[in-house]
Design a protein around this ligand. Structure first.
Ligand SMILES: Cc1cc2nc3c(=O)[nH]c(=O)nc-3n(C[C@H](O)[C@H](O)[C@H](O)COP(=O)(O)O)c2cc1C
Length: 172
């Protein structure tokens, strides 16, 4: 299976990336191909709502930024993992920009399952992110939710969380 990881944390070695690394190790050991992007370090603008992708050139975004690298990966992956720190009780703006820009491709028919990985300072801060994930991705795309993983406070960068994410990847 080809797995695309969209990591919305600006911290390349932060808590979100720590979980992504453990997941990636497990998934690769299970024989899957993992392609990961640190989208916060890419030039990805928000959707301009010009509707060109729906009216003029179908499924083609007029904004020629780094989403042009991500689009083919979305359209060739069996699974997408969304990973993000919690900022103001939701996903990072950088990951949200990527999600909004999927408007151009609408529902990627190749994607069968998705997962969500989140890191935060506090507990009980995931409601808005989980709502967006379920309503905008899982239900809208009609795909399987393979899992939601969170780490807060001392759980961040812990061996326990690494083991949990490794096992998730290994069992896919
Ligand atoms: C702009 C900003 C907003 C944040 N908002 C929240 C929040 O609403 N709730 C929370 O628990 N943590 C919040 N945090 C803390 C981060 O979610 C936490 O430090 C997380 O572990 C960072 O992950 P990273 O190491 O991958 O960057 C915020 C951090 C920043 C920089």
């Amino acid at each position: 299976m080809k797995i695309l990881v969209l990591n919305g944390s600006p911290h390349l070695n932060g808590a979100t990336s720590d979980m992504v690394k453990a997941f990636t190790t497990g998934a690769q050991e299970a024989g899957h191909e993992v392609v990961a992007f640190h989208v916060a370090h890419m030039n990805i603008r928000g959707c301009m709502a010009c509707d060109s992708c729906r009216s003029r050139e179908k499924s083609v975004c007029v904004q020629k930024d780094d989403m042009q690298i991500i689009y083919p990966e979305i359209l060739s992956s069996d699974m997408i993992v969304f990973a993000s720190p919690i900022y103001y009780f939701t996903l990072s703006a950088q990951l949200q920009a990527v999600i909004h820009r999927t408007y151009a491709v609408d529902i990627p028919k190749n994607v069968k399952k998705v997962a969500l990985i989140m890191s935060s300072g506090d507990k009980y801060v995931y409601g808005a992110a989980i709502t967006e994930y379920f309503q905008s991705i899982v239900e809208y795309w009609g795909v399987e939710n393979a899992g939601i993983f969170t780490a807060n406070g001392k759980q961040n960068k812990s061996e326990e969380k690494r083991a949990e994410l490794y096992q998730f990847g290994r069992r896919l």
